[in-house]
Write a protein that binds this ligand. Structure first.
Ligand code: CA
Ligand code: CA
Length: 159
């Protein structure tokens, strides 16, 4: 009997260690953890809030990652939520780059007609709910939800 209880506790500890890959409230895709934060922030505030979690605004580098996060957002949309969300993409310095490292685009999924040529003040990008979470450039000082991303490794170290 004592042996059985010991075995159960080992199994339980093992399961808990696996779940610790991403913190509570974060979902895993590949080697990253993601969370959608529904506080309304402007783009700069959103980037700074992700930093509090040891994360950054999401960088979408591949179609697979884009599909994953769009599908995740659409799950919430089924419940009536409209989650237009900031991503870590801005052209404040003239060309579209991922913050904070300045990586250029390896993939894009702009909504038809976006980024808008007649929107000189729309220098930050969102996943746009009305268009199936394709990308839209939007005023950086406006408010939206936002998505943070961090690597599993830093998630484990930071806790
Ligand atoms: Ca990424
Ligand atoms: Ca736009």
């Amino acid at each position: 009997m004592i042996k059985a209880i010991f075995l159960l506790s080992v199994l339980y500890t093992g399961a808990a260690a696996e779940a610790a890959c991403c913190p509570d409230g974060w979902v895993r895709y590949g080697s990253s953890c993601y969370t959608i934060i529904t506080s309304q922030r402007d783009w700069t505030e959103a980037a700074s809030d992700c930093g509090i979690y040891g994360a950054h605004l999401i960088h979408i580098e591949t179609k697979a990652e884009n599909d994953f996060i769009k599908n995740y957002l659409k799950k919430f949309t089924k419940t009536g939520a409209s989650l237009t969300s900031w991503i870590g993409l801005s052209d404040m310095i003239g060309s579209w780059q991922w913050t904070p490292n300045g990586e250029t685009l390896s993939f894009s999924d702009w909504s038809p007609g976006q980024p808008g040529r007649n929107e000189p003040n729309s220098n930050c990008a969102t996943l746009w709910a009305p268009k199936g979470y394709t990308w839209d450039d939007y005023g950086c000082n406006l408010s939206a939800n936002f998505i943070c991303e961090k690597s599993i490794d830093s998630a484990t170290i930071v806790g």
